[in-house]
Structure formats: C-alpha cells, structure tokens
Design a protein around this ligand. Structure first.
Ligand code: RIB
Length: 304
C-alpha cells in the first residue's frame, strides 16, 4: 500500500512535566514529583501521532538553535518524519511548555512559544514541493495566524483536505473558515469561538461561517460530528486516565491519517477516538502516542 501523505504545519516544544497531587490554584505552591521532559508541541505531537499510525508525514515548523531544538529535530527524524522544511532559527529559543499533571490526568499548560512564533508565510511557501504531493493538511494555532492562513490557502489551492485544530482558540478571520474542510475544536474552544456553550449550537455557527465539517471533542462525553450528512454523537472509550496531555493531538493526528485513507467521517472519528483514549493512559505528549498496531488491537477489543 502506498503510504498516505500528510503535511503538518505547526509548533514543536519541549515539555517540562511535573505530576502533582492536585493542580495549584492562583498564588498556591504545590509540591509534586520529579521533573520529566518529553517532546511536545501541538504540531509536532500531531505529526508524530500520524507517523506512528502509518502516514508519511512532512512537518513544517521552526526550532531554536539550542539543545531543546536539536533534541526535538533529532526526535522527529527518529520518528521517520520528513523534516526538510523545519527551520533552525538562531534568533529565538525553542518552544518550551510547563505542564502540571493532576491525579486524574487533568493538566495545566503554559507555553513559551519562542521560535514557533517566527514560523513565517515564506516558510510555508518553501514547503511547496510537499504540498504538491500531499492529500491532507493539518494545522493548529500555536504558530502565527497569518502563517496558518497562508498554509490553508496553499493547501486549498493544491486540492488538499484542510483540517484545523483551533487550539489554543483565538478569533479566526472569515476567510480561514471558508478554507477549512474539518474544524476540530474541543468543547471549550468551540464555546470560545462562538459564544455557544452547547456543542450542537456551536457547530451550527461554525458551519455557517463556512467550514464544511465540525468535529467537537467532548472528553468523557465523546465526540459530536456535524456536517451536511451527519449530526451524531459517538460515546467516549472508558479508560483509566493518567495524563490527558496530547489526547487532542492523538485525536487530530489519527483523524488526519484516516482522511488520507479516505475513510468515511464517522469511521475516521472512531479511529481517532481510539488513538486519543490510548494516549490518555500514558504520561507525556509524544511518549503517549500509540502505534497503528495498538489502535487496531484496541478497536478489535472494543468491537468484541
Ligand atoms: O497539546 C499538548 C501540547 O500543548 C503539549 O505538548 C505542549 O507542548 C503544548 O503545545
């Protein structure tokens, strides 16, 4: 089988993680466990998620010319990604995220974006050869909005299926909605984008703005899928949560892989839910991302 081709344009971070007995409140100090570090960043997480699930992935991003950047790049290469269009930027540090993980796997994340904020429209256009060979483009919002918009325009111009995970949420220009095939907010992001607390109503608003399909991830309440053919909720898998970090990234990477295979959307959502469920059972962002064999085994077990 020819490997599916996917482009991810986005961020790469080094995650510095502490597990704690509870998440600290404002002004509070909480003693936690030992510090661990792991490869992260929504863009890189989604790219690695897709590669582990069998896609052929090009990652377009920026890292600093520091130790974190070198480690991140080495890691992406070891994962088999095409990193020809990752720029090493001497003028900014690599992205870093501080993550506190609570006892039920809930987290708090603060990101120092560094070089990610210097990913430019020129960087996107330099990756044109990859756009010419891909079928799906996957984007998030940890890089400048004008860069995301340039990538979506280029993707659309080359007939790619454009998927935007609007995380972290911010107001989006009207033009961007019209370029998106699948928008994948979580419930919080859907509300931030629309002002609607209820996922069905939020999805209606987002469809009216021009994207063709909305997939709202609802954590333990499952996923709500809405497009011209579907308005359906699929229940979540029950798992023992260790760390929810990158569950959304596992979901988006897997969804994009299923779209490169031209799976029907309900089936793509199921596949993505299995990948996300497995990632929640493990600590860290990229260390938690499952392989294709693991997702297939999980799906087979859930079906039986
Ligand atoms: O989605 C999880 C990711 O968000 C972490 O890996 C962190 O780096 C932040 O980008």
């Amino acid at each position: 089988m020819t490997p599916s081709r996917l482009i991810v344009v986005g961020s790469s971070n080094t995650d510095l993680i502490i597990r704690a007995p509870r998440l600290p409140g404002p002004g509070e100090t909480v003693l936690g466990g030992d510090l661990t570090s792991a490869a992260g960043g929504k863009g890189a997480n989604q790219a690695v998620a897709a590669a582990r699930l069998g896609a052929s992935v090009t990652f377009v991003g920026r890292v600093g010319s520091d130790a974190h950047g070198q480690q991140a790049l080495n890691h992406l290469n070891r994962e088999g990604l095409d990193t020809r269009f990752v720029v090493t930027d001497a003028a900014a540090p690599s992205g870093v995220a501080f993550i506190v993980v609570g006892p039920q796997g809930q987290n708090q994340i603060t990101v120092a974006p560094g070089a990610n904020l210097r990913l430019s429209t020129d960087d996107v256009h330099a990756a044109l050869p990859a756009f010419e060979q891909a079928s799906v483009l996957l984007l998030q919002l940890e890089t400048p909005l004008e860069t995301v918009l340039a990538a979506a325009r280029l993707g659309r111009a080359h007939g790619l299926h454009v998927v935007l995970n609007p995380a972290p949420a911010q107001p989006l220009p009207e033009e961007l909605y019209a370029l998106i095939d699948v928008l994948t907010p979580n419930q919080h992001e859907a509300t931030q984008l629309t002002g609607e607390p209820e996922p069905q109503r939020a999805a209606e608003v987002l469809l009216r703005r021009g994207c063709r399909c909305v997939v709202v991830t609802l954590g333990e309440a499952g996923v709500y899928l809405r497009d011209a053919q579907h308005s359906q909720r699929s229940p979540a898998h029950q798992v023992e949560a260790v760390d929810a970090t990158a569950a959304g990234d596992a979901f988006n990477g897997a969804l994009a892989v299923a779209l490169t295979r031209q799976d029907a959307l309900p089936h793509a959502v199921q596949f993505a839910q299995a990948a996300a469920a497995l990632s929640v059972t493990r600590l860290g962002a990229q260390p938690s991302l499952p392989t294709l064999a693991e997702v297939q085994a999980w799906l087979a077990q859930s079906a039986g």
